[in-house]
Design a protein around this ligand. Structure first.
Ligand SMILES: C[S@@+](CC[C@H](N)C(=O)[O-])C[C@H]1O[C@@H](n2cnc3c(N)ncnc32)[C@H](O)[C@@H]1O
Length: 351
């Protein structure tokens, strides 16, 4: 079973552990006795991690720093994975999962695999009774994702994930010897409109099918919408998710009188000869929350917004509509097509 699909209490040899250093720095470690994990706060010997409970705080051998040893989850993996492309972050993943009505037992098509961020969440959601078919045309990304999925217990005999090295825009989604009757599909591709006509061959004919296309440019959305209409998809909706973390902090309350006193002090020191002034400067920096000062709780928005701002286009295929396939949407205005082609090229170069 995937290490992302369940929980165990203690750490064993060969486990994937996510070392929480700071909110923005989480490092994956495969516990291998004899190896040492180093960072600027200290050294951590893998054998000392054995039999510790997940969630434990571990002090460094050099005594300065510490890390927390966390159990892998798709959410933490998304924050710590090696980036090979732009990825989906949890706010988008949660929204897409909900809009596609994914649940245990769902059968899902995904392309491209990219860095596998969404794939990890999908595999957990569909569980042992569901199925995820993911496709990636970039050979090195395909190989890296495949290796990672095997290492994480997600890919192998009897497991719900299949990864295929394929250009889905040219060759579609069919897999020899397998009937794909997908319930939903997610396309994170530069030109989803080229893949949309191929979906009718691999989606279930008996139920309502939901599709989501993730595109960074509005011109790509226009072209996708035209292809969706031409291929019998309805209930078209588009959303933009903007996500920002807020941090709880304390700020020092300085009365106006002491601020004025401080300004006077600085002005007076500037009048002293340079050496004298430096000697007098206060050495101590007040630490946040230090006793003896007046503090007020504030919230601070993170500077870098960790959400790949993009447009999420959703569509539904009603049972029986599959026959009306019509290519990439010839009705799109000519100039929109040109802009979209340029946008797709730019997006492809950006991954
Ligand atoms: C932005 S990444 C996907 C990231 C992924 N959703 C994640 O969360 O990690 C887009 C991927 O689609 C792949 N791709 C682009 N066009 C493709 C095609 N026609 N067929 C298959 N894969 C394709 C790219 O190589 C790239 O790895």
């Amino acid at each position: 079973m995937s290490v992302f699909g369940g929980y165990k209490k203690t750490i064993s040899e060969g486990d994937l552990v996510l070392a929480w250093i700071t909110r923005d720095n989480i490092q994956p470690i495969i516990v291998t006795p004899g190896k040492i994990f180093n960072n600027r706060f200290g050294s951590y010997h893998h054998e000392d991690m054995l039999n510790l409970r997940y969630g434990s705080q571990m002090l460094s051998k050099t005594g300065h720093g510490f890390i927390h040893l966390l159990h892998p989850t798709p959410e933490l993996w998304t924050l710590s994975l090696p980036h090979r492309t732009q990825i989906l972050y949890t706010p988008d993943i949660a929204f897409v999962t909900s809009m596609l009505a994914l649940k245990p037992g769902s059968k899902m098509i995904e392309s491209g695999t990219g860095s596998g961020s969404f794939t990890h969440a999908l595999v957990r959601t569909v569980g042992g009774t569901g199925k995820v078919w993911t496709y990636e045309y970039h050979e090195r990304r395909f190989e890296a994702a495949k290796e990672e999925f095997i290492e994480h217990g997600m890919l192998g005999d009897g497991l719900p994930l299949t990864i295929t090295h394929r250009d889905v825009c040219k060759e579609g989604f069919d897999i020899e010897g397998e009937t794909l009757d997908a319930h939903a599909a997610f396309l994170d591709l530069p030109a989803p409109w080229e893949a949309i006509p191929h979906l009718s061959r691999v989606i279930s004919k008996k139920r309502q099918i939901r599709l989501c296309c993730f595109s960074p440019c509005i011109e790509q959305v226009q072209r996708t919408l035209a292809a969706l209409r031409a291929n019998g998809w309805s209930d078209l909706q588009m959303f933009e998710i903007v996500h920002r973390n807020w941090e709880a902090r304390q700020t020092l309350i300085t009365p106006l009188s002491s601020a004025i006193d401080r300004l006077r002090e600085v002005r007076d020191k500037r009048r002293l000869p340079p050496g004298e002034a430096r000697k007098d400067l206060p050495k101590k920096r007040v630490k946040e929350g230090e006793e003896g000062y007046d503090w007020r709780a504030v919230s601070v928005g993170e500077k870098e917004v960790k959400g790949h701002t993009s447009y999420l286009t959703f569509a539904v295929m009603a049972p029986g509509e599959h026959e009306e396939v019509g290519g990439e949407g010839e009705d799109v205005e000519e100039h929109a097509g040109d802009i979209a082609a340029a946008a797709a090229k730019a997006a492809d170069e950006a991954v």
